[in-house]
Design a protein around this ligand. Structure first.
Ligand code: ADP
Ligand code: ZN
Length: 544
């Protein structure tokens, strides 16, 4: 893992520890999955290179299917009109593990319209009129906006630039994770320049029949020329422009058609091609050459300041209660993409609208936040014993996070079960980091093991529960990375080192809890009474 991987994720690490009663979504066999898919009961699928595909059924149930790692899966899903999302990560596996609960649930929340980056283009989407979106509607860095303003100036008056012999920009590649405004920026560019907008997804170009994709490319450019120029947007360009592998004739032809068209239009045509991708490294170098996509704009996950900007953009037309602090929400939403921030405000607005009177309240945002992260709070009954063990378990995570990860902000701990099967969770946000030390990693393992350690303290070894399964998996992943990838063990034998690190962390976690037993009990009791502890409640108990 390169340290840059952290930067590439652009992200703070968001730690979730979930005591999950129902555990992971149920596993459905591959053949049963297709039966459901074919009968229209699958809403969306998240493909990944992990062990499972994760899907959401039309009734909202989450399921997992063993990953066949077959190449035609996506094609078949798209043909059935099922929204497909791909999860590829610049983060190392175990770091992904840390955010997986959040990420998975966030991505699969999408219902219908492309709120979270799930998009479908049936055919060329052409807007003869310019979109009514402008740069006002996008929160982007000054640098990004300046590049786009330059492009807009060119689109407005291509001739002026041609008269001066200025070489026209042709292709601009926007790259970054899903939901980071790549589409929105392309649209805003067209809107700003009052130029028509033509959009298509790379996946739609690459068809079963050889030649179809190439003719679609030509059609796209023909349309743009006919209407006197505009913005052509190609989403998921990697579907066409993957580094050439042996013998995919259709993709090869489509790519060649695109390259030909791009060198074919002239300075005065007033066409700019924007393309979007999650990953630059897999693109065919031919696409990146001079005169093609030779300008690149990186869009990363927003940092805290940008999150605030994005929230402000989307709060503009929403009646928010004056008590709501968007600054504080920007602080609590590390790792959210712009699309997820938009979804958060939208969900809150829906809750307020259901109530039918008064503005959007802080409690609407809180409930929406749970909805987008760990699932709706669900009134499933827990026995008193279950509540008690959950309270101790979550208090254990919280206390150790507080003691051993002093930079992390504990934002919320709850024992309210969620619709996705979690009995409770604790959430903490760590500041952006480029490098992690051995001490940091060990502390992360301790925090993950804190739930189990607290259970053991309360109930004795005999009675610890299955609720810690996720935590243990995460802890093991980090320990394995420490032992193997970072040579942070004692003996150099990865298996031995991994186990030693885990045993050491478990011991440290137990010692820490015993040392602060009073605070642990206070936390657990407060959880049993209040069920959810927010940042301020937690501060009060932890730093008296
Ligand atoms: P991408 O193309 O990168 O997957 P989109 O442009 O489709 O992402 O973003 C989806 C939606 O998320 C947008 O329509 C917008 O509502 C919201 N959004 C994402 N990023 C931003 C941003 N920087 N500013 C304002 N809204 C944003
Ligand atoms: Zn846990």
């Amino acid at each position: 893992m390169k340290p840059a991987a952290f930067a590439a994720a652009g992200a703070a690490l968001l730690l979730f520890f979930i005591l999950s009663a129902g555990e992971q979504p149920v596993v459905l066999s591959y053949s049963d999955f297709w039966l459901l898919a074919e009968s229209g009961q699958v809403e969306s699928v998240t493909l990944s290179d992990g062990e499972y595909w994760h899907s959401i059924l039309t009734d909202g149930t989450a399921i997992r299917t063993p990953n066949p790692r077959a190449v035609d899966g996506k094609e078949r899903l798209l043909a059935l009109d099922i929204a497909v999302k791909e999860r590829e990560s610049a983060l190392p596996g175990w770091a992904l593990g840390l955010i997986a609960v959040g990420a998975f649930i966030l991505f699969s929340q999408a219902k219908g319209k492309g709120a979270l980056g799930l998009k479908k283009y049936a055919a060329v989407q052409a807007d003869e009129r310019a979109p009514d979106i402008t740069f006002q509607d996008v929160a982007a860095s000054g640098e990004t906006l300046q590049s786009l303003r330059d492009l807009a100036a060119f689109l407005k008056e291509p001739k002026r630039f041609a008269d001066y012999g200025a070489r026209a920009p042709k292709g601009v590649l926007l790259y970054g994770p899903p939901g980071t405004a790549k589409t929105l920026l392309a649209k805003a560019l067209a809107g700003e320049a009052k130029a028509p907008f033509f959009a298509m997804s790379g996946a739609d170009f690459v068809q079963v029949y050889v030649g179809v994709g190439a003719s679609r490319v030509r059609e796209l450019f023909r349309k743009a020329r006919k209407s006197g120029g505009g913005v052509i947007f190609i989403d998921e360009i990697d579907a066409i422009g993957k580094k050439r592998d042996s013998g995919n004739d259709e993709r090869e032809q489509t790519l060649n058609a695109l390259l030909t068209e791009m060198s074919g239009f002239s300075e005065s045509d007033g066409i700019i091609v924007l393309a979007a991708t999650n990953r630059l490294d897999t693109l065919d170098p031919a696409l990146l050459r001079e005169g093609r996509f030779d300008r690149r704009i990186e869009v990363g996950l927003p940092d805290c300041g940008q999150r605030l900007q994005i929230l402000k953009v989307h709060a503009r037309k929403k009646p928010l209660h004056e008590n709501i602090s968007l600054e504080s929400w920007a602080g609590q939403t590390a790792l959210f993409s712009g699309a997820q921030l938009e979804a958060l405000l939208n969900e809150a607005a829906i809750r307020a609208a259901r109530r039918g009177s008064g503005p959007i309240l802080e409690s609407d945002l809180e409930s929406a936040f749970c909805g987008v992260t760990v699932g709706e709070e669900s009134p499933r009954l827990m026995t008193d014993a279950e509540k008690r063990v959950t309270a101790w378990h979550e208090a254990g995570h919280a206390l150790i996070t507080h003691c051993m990860l002093p930079d992390a902000r504990l934002t919320r701990v709850t024992i309210i079960p969620s619709s996705r099967g979690a009995a409770g969770y604790s959430m903490s946000v760590q500041p952006d980091r480029l490098l992690l030390s051995r001490k940091d990693l060990l502390a992360m393992i301790c925090a993950a093991l804190g739930g189990r350690a607290a259970e053991e303290m309360l109930l004795g070894r005999e009675n610890v529960t299955t609720g810690a399964a996720n935590d243990l998996k995460k802890a093991r992943e980090i320990a394995a990375a420490m032992a193997k990838d970072y040579a942070m063990g004692e003996t150099g034998d990865p298996d031995k080192d991994e186990n030693a690190i885990l045993a050491d962390a478990m011991e440290r976690a137990s010692v820490c809890l015993k040392e602060h037993r009073e605070t642990l009990e206070k936390l657990a009791k407060a959880l049993l009474i209040k069920e959810t502890l927010r940042e301020n409640d937690l501060k009060e108990i932890l730093t008296p």
